[in-house]
Design a protein around this ligand. Sequence first.
Ligand SMILES: Nc1ncnc2c1ncn2[C@@H]1O[C@H](COP(=O)(O)OP(=O)(O)OP(=O)(O)O)[C@@H](O)[C@H]1O
Length: 513
Amino acid sequence: HAWDLKGKVSDLEDKIRSYQTRVKSVNQENEALKGSVAESQTKAAQVEKRLEKQQNQIRYYNNFFPCETVLSYLWISEIQSTSRKSRRKLRSKMFIFWKRGYFYFFFSLQMKLSVQESTLARVQATLRDTEEEVRCLKETVAQQNDDLHAGEMERRRLHNTIQELKGNIRVFCRVRPTVTETLAFGCVDHVCFTLQHLSYHSSGFQSHTGKTTDTQKNYNFSFDRVFGAKASQQEVFEEISLLVQSALDGYNVCCFAYGQTGSGKTYTMEGEEFNENRGVIPRAVQQIFKAGEKLGSQGWEFSFTASFVEIYNESLRDLLYTGKASKRPEHEIRKSANNEVTITNLTYEKVSNEDQVLGLIALANQNRSTAQTAQNDRSSRSHSVFQLDIEGINAGRDVKCKSTLCLVDLAGSERLVKSQSQGERFKEMTAINGSLSNLGIVITALANKENYIPYRNSKLTYLLQGCLGGNSKTLMFVNIAPETDSFGETLNSLRFASKVNDCVIGTASANRK
Ligand SMILES: Nc1ncnc2c1ncn2[C@@H]1O[C@H](COP(=O)(O)OP(=O)(O)OP(=O)(O)O)[C@@H](O)[C@H]1O
């Protein structure tokens, strides 16, 4: 069955590739057509100008040389005059008029006029032809635009089919490099991995329960992808970029990183400042704006709203807050009548380019580090949720889409030894364990298609409700540290991730109107 699906996926990918080539050539044809329409319009404008000039010339001759009128007047006066003297006078006037060449001028003017009239008729016929040509070209352009739109809709459908075939919930495992080893595949300490399988064996070191194992035991796990220690940020992002495209096509997308402190969650989600080490969030933002701009040429107009929130000890904190610390507002999660989840008093920032979002991420980091200084190691004990609300409208086609891209860096999943955790630390531990285990419960309930899903049991699941339910595509990273002393925590993370991987979330449907 799996091979069957893989075959289907590769068929669909071929189809998409051929479709993209077609869309590209239609685009090129369109550009050429646009050029020829513009040329025809300039030609028509020139012809019209020439025509107007000629008509003005004719009008000018008629106004300034009324020879016909003068001669008629003289002739009629001559016939009507009674005296011979006056008749002679008039005849001599007519003679002078004729002598001065006015007659010649009059006739040549008449000839010119008839030539002009035939030119005018010809030019008018050419103008009619050109107008017809322009109309045909406009029709072709409209037809091409229709084809382009149909192509884009077909691309969305195919893209979504591929995502569904790959599964609406996917789990990727990423092994953090140790200080000395950076293997693509193979074994780091007690972890051996290939492209989709990971085996973990436990001989000769202490497990998290404190027992030393003397017999080797293998734990095998399968995921949608396993990224070795050598996998670059770009390689990791390539797999996610397809989901990011889905967010722009109107599907809710949620990507979260799970794992113990120091296993590489923040490195995966945010990465470093340098270009090639940038993580999922900056890369996703870049892709969204680039793809949005491209769709702009097909009549789509997008608006984006960003928010960044931290969940610490089951309370929410706005990471984009810029006011006085003493006036920080309280926040509540609310669900609107149309099932949209919002947070009260939260900063929802309208953004229109990548730089603005990167500025907001820097502000969030600043806000987090302020809290971090006050409270040591706080960031690894809080969940941080970045959300980008995307609204797209294609007014010409009366199509709208709406979705949310949700990128989450979860709190460290490690369990503290009970006797060591007291006071604040115990409270934190309870909050983290509560929300992470509720995340597992929610996903299991969704997988079992239970009627009641306990989203409200923790702030995290309540907030991520839209991204975890049926109408979404979810990707979970399980980040693991390969070192021997992380054995217990790594095994826990792998087990949790395995449970998520076994879930089948209902087929997502695009929020399109
Ligand atoms: N794939 C990787 N390649 C290179 N360095 C990595 C990788 N993953 C993690 N690191 C490094 O390991 C260290 C710990 O990673 P990181 O801070 O991302 O862990 P974390 O799980 O987010 O921890 P915390 O819960 O404390 O936030 C960092 O110095 C990071 O740069």
